[in-house]
Design a binder for this molecule. Structure first.
Ligand SMILES: Cc1ncc(COP(=O)(O)OP(=O)(O)O)c(N)n1
Ligand SMILES: Cc1nc(C(=O)O)sc1CCOP(=O)(O)O
Length: 205
């Protein structure tokens, strides 16, 4: 089962190509296993260029690139997969477009029922959150830590945790059974991204 650090980029934090690629490179050197390209802008040219460059970089490090929300962008850059929320494309739609080998992750909030639906539809991982106050997405609903251990026992796909995870609270998440910790701010807004990636990855060694 895939385990470790799952970095999520944020277009406000890493607005240009240089900052994005530098930050991603540092996190990959620090041991990040999965990178999600999360860009909320409408600049399609920029999104295509950045996602394509990230794919090359991730594959140089034997890491996985996931595209947030946008199945067509994932197809265009031949990313490893896509992450969809409850109001995005369905797992079935993403699977039809991206094929059998694509990695499809689904946001389940704090709900085991949504997780069951996602797994039954063929999701390759399920994500729960938020667990702590999040600077990136302050309005996300809070999930109970216990959902992680319950999901770990019930499902055979990796359980990903997201939302306010930092180097100081991440052990609560790993102890609860999450296979991957998904982090934006505490990874990409730190002065030494490579060191932070190494510290967060060490929780799985
Ligand atoms: C790993 C992971 N988990 C949850 C989310 C949230 O996805 P979504 O519900 O689609 O919300 P936005 O990211 O689009 O704001 C995620 N991106 N990654
Ligand atoms: C993108 C996202 N989704 C969440 C959810 O709960 O579904 S929380 C979140 C933001 C995570 O960023 P940070 O690590 O800075 O808190």
């Amino acid at each position: 089962m895939l385990k470790g650090l799952y970095g999520v980029t944020d277009s406000h934090l890493l607005p240009d190509d240089n900052s994005l690629l530098h930050a991603a490179g540092q996190a990959l050197h620090g041991g990040m296993k999965v990178l999600q390209y999360r860009d909320k802008s409408n600049d399609q040219q920029k999104r295509l260029r950045q996602a394509g460059a990230l794919k090359v970089l991730c594959h140089q490090h034997q890491a996985i690139l996931i595209i947030n929300d946008d199945v067509e962008l994932a197809a265009a850059v031949e990313a490893d997969g896509v992450h969809v929320g409850q109001s995005d494309a369905s797992v079935a739609e993403a699977r039809t477009r991206l094929g059998d080998y694509a990695i499809i992750g689904v946001s389940c909030g704090g709900s085991l029922e949504l997780a069951q639906q996602a797994v039954s539809a063929g999701a390759n991982y399920i994500a729960f959150g938020k667990f702590f106050e999040s600077k990136t997405k302050p309005d996300a609903k809070t999930a109970e830590l216990s959902v992680l251990s319950q999901a770990r026992q019930r499902f055979d796909v990796p359980v990903v945790a997201i939302g306010g995870i930092t180097i100081d609270n991440a052990f609560q998440i790993t102890e609860a059974g999450a296979d991957m910790i998904a982090v934006v701010n505490n990874l990409f807004a730190t002065p030494d991204i490579q060191l932070r990636a190494r510290e967060l990855s060490a929780l799985y060694q």
